[in-house]
Design a protein around this ligand. Structure first.
Ligand code: HEM
Length: 328
């Protein structure tokens, strides 16, 4: 959220229980309401007439969540306008602007004919960029806790490359090749969009030997593709090494989709996840609660959530205590 909008600086108080900013809590509430509705099978798909009667009140619930989301986004946009008007919108020496701040500056300087309504861009950025990233981090950490030897290897790589006198930064991530293999393997096993987004055929076409008429909803089963035993050796096993030295190059993986509508946030996602995952690996020794294996059951929803949220134990690594003390 910070990369998209400077949420923390708009209202700094956090809830002591959750350690989440007010904005993060508000957006999480919206996502928790909307995602199950987006991902659920709906009776309308089979009996379109039911659409008119809003059976089970699905439309009503969606509308309420969307209105709350839009109000939230407008508040962030207003806050960003105010920051810009008062001259504190970032972008000074070494200071980074948030995405929304860049978009608003563009909107300010664009000619009338090229002006766009900012919320139309802002909403997809938030929707596509936050939950997918958070869920991938949760799956990656769960996999690592169930494979302590891989976690140790990742920690050793960070120790060797970054050291113990500072935290991992986004600039370190491209050098952490084993960490990148862990991310690729996580996205192979647990892609955050297991059916991509639904697409609709804009013309009659043929896929393999199947005729697909215009207006057909198309879903791509990414999980089946990425666990295809004809392509991947031991497809259900977590083996980051399969991505080392370009060994899996050419094998088909599409966690970010492909073609014209491919995710534009892939590079940002790798950098953010690498940094957010790398920091706790660097700073803490992790273990499972009572040694019990992490439950890897997949829940339902558009973005492949875990059925049982991750819980784990950690204690600060001795070598990182000085750094941690400075930031606490
Ligand atoms: C692990 C992280 C992420 C995953 C797995 C992911 C995956 C995807 C997928 C599968 C799509 C749909 C592709 C299709 O239609 O076939 C998509 C679309 C999109 N993603 Fe991501 N994404 C991630 C992170 C991000 C981030 C960090 C951003 C930017 C802040 C972002 C922005 C977008 C946008 C704007 C679209 C819509 C593109 C369009 O419709 O043309 N994503 N993403």
């Amino acid at each position: 959220m910070e990369a998209i909008a400077q949420t923390k600086t708009t209202r700094p108080e956090a809830d002591a229980d959750t350690d989440m900013s007010m904005e993060a809590q508000e957006y999480k509430h919206v996502v928790d309401k909307l995602n199950p509705l987006h991902g659920a099978a709906n009776l309308w798909d089979y009996l379109p007439a039911l659409r008119w009667f809003d059976v089970f009140g699905v439309k009503k619930k969606m509308l309420a969540a969307v209105n709350r989301r839009n109000a939230f986004l407008h508040r962030l946009i207003d806050a960003e306008w105010q920051r810009m008007d008062s001259g504190v919108d970032g972008g000074g020496d070494g200071e980074k602007k948030s995405m929304i701040s860049v978009l608003l500056s563009l909107q300010k300087t664009a000619s009338e004919s090229t002006k766009f309504p900012i919320t139309f861009l802002f909403h997809p950025l938030f929707a596509a960029g936050t939950e997918t990233t958070a869920i991938t981090i949760e799956w990656a950490m769960s996999l690592l806790l169930n494979h302590p030897e891989i976690l140790k290897k990742a920690q050793a790589e960070i120790d060797a490359s970054v050291g113990n006198s500072r935290l991992v930064t986004a600039n370190d991530v491209p050098q952490l090749s084993y960490l990148q293999c862990i991310l690729s393997e996580t996205l192979r096993l647990y892609p955050a969009a297991p059916l991509l987004l639904s697409h609709e055929s804009s013309a009659d076409c043929a896929v393999s030997s199947y005729h697909v008429p215009i207006g057909t909803m198309l879903l791509v089963n990414v999980v089946a593709i990425q666990r295809d035993p004809m392509v991947w050796k031991e497809p259900n096993e977590f083996k980051p090494e399969r991505f080392e030295n370009g060994e899996s190059e050419g094998l088909f993986m599409i966690p970010f989709g492909m073609g014209r509508r491919k995710c534009p946030g892939e590079t940002l996602a790798f950098q953010t996840i690498g940094m957010v995952l790398g920091t706790p690996i660097q700073c803490f020794d992790w273990s499972r609660v009572d040694g019990v294996k992490i439950d890897m059951t997949q829940g339902s929803g558009l973005t492949n959530p875990k059925a049982v949220p991750l819980e784990a134990m950690c204690k600060p690594c001795e070598a990182m205590c000085d750094v941690l003390q400075k930031i606490l």
